[in-house]
Design a binder for this molecule. Structure first.
Ligand code: ADP
Length: 238
């Protein structure tokens, strides 16, 4: 029988936010990852997009972070879109905490202002995170939990030097969690270099693509300038 979230040794406040957000029972990857992550060890979570990785690392983070306005957990993501999505999910389950997301392609000043107000959990893309650090807008030495989400995607986008820098800027890390849909050589090398005897967790799966089976993917090729129009037509279509 599938466990319920209440079987997972989470704080009562976290369980309350989960049910308020409408989450009833853990998805398989969450059931596997959460008990191990709660012990504080490093881990590699291998699971496809859409399987629920965010709560897999999000719940253990929210369970230990305190509302003190100091960055205790840092989630590094490859893209702005994923960052926004992850931050929204973390806000749902950590309603008493201050969650911020910073990413490129937007003015940096409002992000600096938000950081100055005090942040407990920061979600960031690598480039903007390092920019903010160079501008002395944030201190990463307080980070205890570091998550690399979609690590394979991050390295595909050429972020390896930035990611290595982020590791060196977080020397007081006590737990590192790396999530990736696939485990190509460069991700394995990265994990060997920076994770401490990680537990490798893999959600059971028969097919080997990076996306869950019940999602059908369609590709529409379009000029960059037509993208918004195409997306809006798709959304309006039956
Ligand atoms: P991934 O990070 O693996 O791509 P997400 O964490 O974004 O996947 O989860 C996919 C979707 O499933 C999200 O909309 C999320 O809110 C929802 N979800 C995640 N965990 C649960 C759960 N235990 N019960 C119900 N819905 C969930």
């Amino acid at each position: 029988m599938t466990k319920s979230f209440a079987d997972l040794a989470l704080r009562p406040e976290v369980l309350k936010s989960l049910s308020a957000a409408g989450f009833e029972k853990p998805f398989p990857i969450q059931e596997l990852v959460i008990p191990i992550a709660l012990t504080g060890v490093d881990l590699i979570g291998q699971a496809k997009t859409g399987t629920g990785k965010t709560l897999g690392f999000g719940l253990p983070i929210v369970n230990s972070v305190k509302a003190i306005g100091v960055i205790q957990a840092l989630v590094v993501v490859p893209t702005r879109e994923l960052g926004v999505q992850v931050a929204e999910e973390l806000e749902k389950i950590g309603s008493d905490l201050s969650v911020a997301s910073v990413y490129g392609g937007r003015a940096i000043e409002p992000q600096i202002a938000q950081l100055n107000e005090g942040v407990d959990i920061l979600v960031a893309t690598p480039g903007r995170l390092l920019d903010l650090h160079r501008q002395k807008a944030l201190d990463l030495s307080t980070v205890q939990q570091l998550v690399l989400d979609e690590a394979d995607e991050m390295l595909d986008l050429g972020f390896l030097p930035d990611v290595e820098k982020i590791f060196s800027l977080t020397p007081n890390r006590t737990q590192t969690m790396l999530f990736s849909a696939t485990m190509p050589g460069d991700v394995v090398v990265l994990a060997r270099k920076f994770l401490n005897q990680p537990t490798h967790i893999r959600a059971q799966e028969e097919d080997s693509g990076a996306v869950v089976k019940n999602i059908s993917q369609f590709i529409y090729r379009t000029h960059a300038l037509d993208k918004a129009e195409i997306v809006s037509r798709i959304l309006r279509a039956e």
